[in-house]
Design a protein around this ligand. Structure first.
Ligand SMILES: [Zn+2]
Length: 153
């Protein structure tokens, strides 16, 4: 038998003549589509939650930030201290900064930190770790693409 497309009102009719369940076919076709890669969207950059107390600023979720970025708390604390040119101290998962800073500027610093110390320069993935090579030389090693980039700290 030979059918022309115009002989049928819709594609479902064609399949019904062919004795194929259209819904079933569609379902199977969708199952065959490659799964969406979720790797790229998995990383959500952390956002600073902070408040001022007297003349000091507290980053409430400091520990979570460091855990998300997989960076040492002391390393991140040192970065903030250097960037803002104030003494800081960690205490039970929070970071206390000397001086008043608003969330916006703290987040700008954090974004810069992520760009510089977390995101791979080659593949732009956050799956990196820092390795010390001694004498202040730190190497960022990417677990996603294997790139190594040297950086001074
Ligand atoms: Zn990479």
């Amino acid at each position: 038998m030979f059918y022309f497309e115009n002989d049928f009102k819709n594609i479902g009719e064609i399949f019904s003549v062919m004795n194929v369940d259209y819904d079933d076919l569609l379902k199977r076709a969708l199952e065959l589509l490659p799964e969406k890669r979720t790797v790229k969207s998995r990383f959500k950059p952390p956002v600073v939650v902070s408040f001022c107390q007297g003349n000091r600023t507290v980053i409430k979720n400091f520990k979570e930030i460091c855990e998300t970025l997989r960076r040492d708390e002391n390393f991140v604390a040192k970065y903030f201290s250097k960037e803002l040119a104030v003494p800081v101290k960690t205490e039970g998962g929070i970071l206390i900064l000397q001086g008043k800073f608003d969330e916006k500027s703290l987040n700008e610093r954090l974004d810069y930190f992520i760009k510089k110390y977390v995101i791979c320069k080659e593949c732009k993935q956050p799956d990196t770790k820092l390795e010390s090579e001694g004498r202040g030389v730190v190497v960022m090693v990417c677990e996603a693409c294997g790139a190594r980039s040297t950086m001074g700290v």
